[in-house]
Design a protein around this ligand. Structure first.
Ligand code: G1P
Length: 292
C-alpha cells in the first residue's frame, strides 16, 4: 500500500449563525465563546497544530472577521503586557499563531456543511486535508486528530471520527454503518445524515473530525440538498463511498458538543475541573468568595 500523503491543512467551517446559543451569539461568533479562558475554536486549532497541520483554512462568513482577528498578532496588547511583566498571559496564543498560517474562504450563505467544505477547495487544492468542527471540543491523549492520523496511516482512504451515542440521540448526527476491522477502526459501508432512531444503521455517530481526500470535492459538487435543505458533507461522503473505501475510527477520549447550551456548560465544567487553579472553585459552596 502506498504511504499516504501527509496532511498539512485543516479546514474549520465557521460561518454558522450559532442560533443554539443565542442571545450570546447575537454579535459574538459562537467559536469565540470562552471555555474557561480560551475560545472554543482555539481548542480545535491547538489540536490541529499538535497533529502537524499548520495551515488553517477558516471558512468564514463576511460578518465574522473578528474570528481572524483572534489569531492575528496583537502588538499593542503584547507591548502593554511586556511593560507589566505579564507576557506569559498571552504566550500560549502567541506560540500557537506563530506556528500556523491562517487563510480564509468565504461562505456567504449558510448552505450547509458540505457547501462549507466545497468553498475551501481553492485553498486546499489537490491534497488530503482535515475538517474540524470546532463545536465538538475534544479532550483526548493523544489528541483526536493524532488518533485519526494513526488510523489513516494504516488504511487507504478518508477517516471519520465516530463515537457511540444513545439511540435516541442519533438524529443529531451523521451515522455510519461499518464493518469492524479491530482497534476501533471500521470500514464504512453506509452513512446517513440525522436519521430517525428506527432508521439509524448503528449508534456510531460522526463527531466533527474528518480526514478527507481531495476527491471529496467533485463528489460534493454533485451532491444536491439533503437533510434540512442543506448540502450535507455526509451525503457527499456517501457518494464518494461508491468510488472508494472510507473508514472510521472510534474516539478514545471525551467529547462535548459546545454548540448547544447543555454541551457548552458541560465543556466548561470539564475543563474547569482540570484547570490547576480553578478546579477548587467548583467545590466551593455557591455565593461566597472564601477568605484567602
Ligand atoms: C454536523 C454534521 C453531522 C455530524 C455533526 C457532528 O451536524 O452534519 O454529520 O455528526 O456535525 O457534530 P451539525 O452539528 O452541524 O448539525
Amino acid at each position: 500500500m502506498p504511504t499516504p500523503r501527509p496532511i498539512r491543512k485543516a479546514v474549520f467551517p465557521a460561518a454558522g449563525l450559532g442560533t443554539r446559543i443565542l442571545p450570546a451569539t447575537a454579535v459574538l461568533p459562537k467559536e469565540l465563546l470562552p471555555i474557561v479562558d480560551k475560545p472554543i475554536i482555539q481548542y480545535g486549532v491547538e489540536e490541529a497544530a499538535a497533529a502537524g497541520m499548520s495551515q488553517i483554512v477558516l471558512v468564514n462568513s463576511p460578518g465574522k472577521r473578528i474570528l481572524e482577528d483572534h489569531f492575528a498578532p496583537h502588538p499593542a496588547l503584547d507591548a502593554v503586557l511586556a511593560r507589566r511583566g505579564k507576557s506569559v498571559l498571552l504566550a500560549g496564543l502567541r506560540d500557537l499563531t506563530a506556528g500556523i498560517e491562517l487563510s480564509t474562504a468565504c461562505q456567504a450563505e449558510p448552505l450547509g456543511l458540505g457547501h462549507a467544505v466545497l468553498v475551501s477547495r481553492e485553498r486546499v487544492g489537490d491534497e488530503p486535508f482535515a475538517v474540524v468542527l470546532s463545536d465538538d471540543v475534544i479532550d483526548a491523549d493523544p489528541p483526536a486528530l493524532r488518533q485519526m492520523l494513526a488510523a489513516y496511516a494504516e488504511v487507504d482512504g478518508p477517516v471519520l471520527l465516530v463515537e457511540r451515542v444513545p439511540r435516541e440521540a442519533v438524529g443529531r448526527y451523521g451515522v455510519i454503518a461499518g464493518d469492524p476491522l479491530g482497534g476501533g477502526v471500521h470500514r464504512v459501508t453506509d452513512l446517513v445524515e440525522k436519521p430517525a432512531p428506527e432508521d439509524a444503521p448503528s449508534d456510531l455517530a460522526i463527531i466533527g473530525r474528518y480526514l478527507l481526500t481531495p476527491d471529496v470535492y467533485p463528489a460534493l459538487e454533485q451532491t444536491g440538498k439533503g437533510q434540512g435543505g442543506e448540502i450535507q458533507l455526509t451525503d457527499g461522503l456517501r457518494r464518494l463511498l461508491a468510488q472508494r473505501p472510507i473508514f472510521a475510527v472510534e474516539l478514545d477520549g471525551v467529547r462535548h458538543d459546545a454548540g448547544n447550551k447543555p454541551g457548552y456548560l458541560r465543556a466548561i465544567l470539564h475543563f474547569a475541573r482540570k484547570h490547576p487553579e480553578l478546579g477548587a472553585v467548583l467545590a466551593e459552596p455557591p455565593g461566597r468568595e472564601p477568605a484567602p
